[in-house]
Design a binder for this molecule. Structure first.
Ligand code: NAP
Length: 273
């Protein structure tokens, strides 16, 4: 079994990004609504990584439920030519997230969630795609794992991970099965898959019985148990069957953060993957 070491790869990307960013003037705006401890941690990690490669970051705070101020802020950032990209950090208590995302100028939509960017993903003319999706693809490419013709089982159909990931993998000629909480006999699908990707948020949901020998496991889940983090895979029971597996922490998470910079560079240069 070999680790798909997202932390190591993400650290390696720093020097590459530094060189590219030094010739560009990139400013990221992050908007946080209310107070949320998890959001604080995610935002801190994003700022730290961005600043380490020379991306400037401005963080804005909006009060819970203050939709008017949020709309005004998004509008101002859209119209500010100095702003390269905008992240609206989820959750935004008391305000409809999808409605607010749609107000972001799609050319500044770092998370790739506006209708325009999702439609381009849908028609296989990718522009900005969600950072977790891009991070998983880059990590698999880095370890020379081919997607063409691969049977991929994704568990979890969220708008931010599962659904766009299914489209992006189909665009790369994988055969994708998208499972969810109503899927009957989940193991029938996971057992047949060359690559199993779990984005559920249930600790140790996928045990060794669910996968075949030689499987590639990508664990998107981040679950907290007694102050430590674990993924959706039962690492101990899966590791002897897996050819590759992402650790949690240190797998998909750091790649997601790196892809913020990747997307910002693509936006600034107007060149997409
Ligand atoms: P989400 O919105 O929380 O949705 C979870 C998905 O899992 C839903 O589609 C749900 O099905 C499905 N599900 C729930 N129980 C299930 C079960 N027993 N069997 C099969 N499917 C089941 O998803 P998310 O926002 O994508 O987050 C998922 C996890 O990934 C969380 O732990 C989150 O913290 C983590 N995450 C990590 C990163 C990263 O960078 N590493 C990024 C984003 C999210 P239904 O649709 O039927 O309800």
């Amino acid at each position: 079994m070999q680790l798909l070491d997202g932390k190591k790869y993400s650290d390696e990307l720093v020097s590459e990004y530094k060189k590219i960013v030094s010739d560009l003037d990139i400013l990221l705006s992050i908007i946080q609504v209310g107070n949320n401890i998890s959001s604080d941690i995610y935002i801190r990690n994003k700022i730290k990584y961005c600043e380490s490669v020379g991306v400037k970051v401005n963080l804005y705070h909006i009060d819970n439920g203050d939709e008017k101020s949020l709309k005004e802020l998004i509008n101002n950032l859209n119209n500010d030519s100095k702003v390269t990209g905008i992240i609206l950090q989820s959750p935004i208590p008391g305000i409809d997230f999808n409605k607010m995302v749609e107000l972001i100028d799609s050319s500044k939509d770092v998370d790739g969630l506006t209708k325009n960017n999702i439609y381009n993903l849908y028609i296989n003319n990718e522009t900005i795609i969600p950072c977790t999706v891009k991070g998983i693809i880059k990590l698999l490419e880095h370890y020379k794992i081919s997607l063409k013709g691969a049977n991929v089982c994704i568990i979890g159909r969220s708008n931010i991970v599962g659904k766009p990931l299914a489209l992006a993998l189909e665009n790369r000629d994988a055969t994708v099965t998208l499972c969810h909480s109503k899927t009957k006999d989940l193991h029938l699908y996971t057992k047949n898959a060359d690559i199993v990707i779990s984005a559920v948020g249930i600790p140790k949901l996928i045990t060794g019985d669910y996968v075949k020998n030689g499987v590639i496991c990508v664990d998107v889940g981040i679950n907290r148990i007694n102050n430590s983090l674990c993924g959706d895979f039962d690492y101990e029971s899966v590791k002897d069957k897996a050819l590759f597996i992402t650790p949690v922490p240190g797998g998909v998470g750091p790649m997601t953060v790196s892809m913020i910079v990747d997307n910002l560079i693509a936006m600034k240069k107007n060149s997409y993957i």
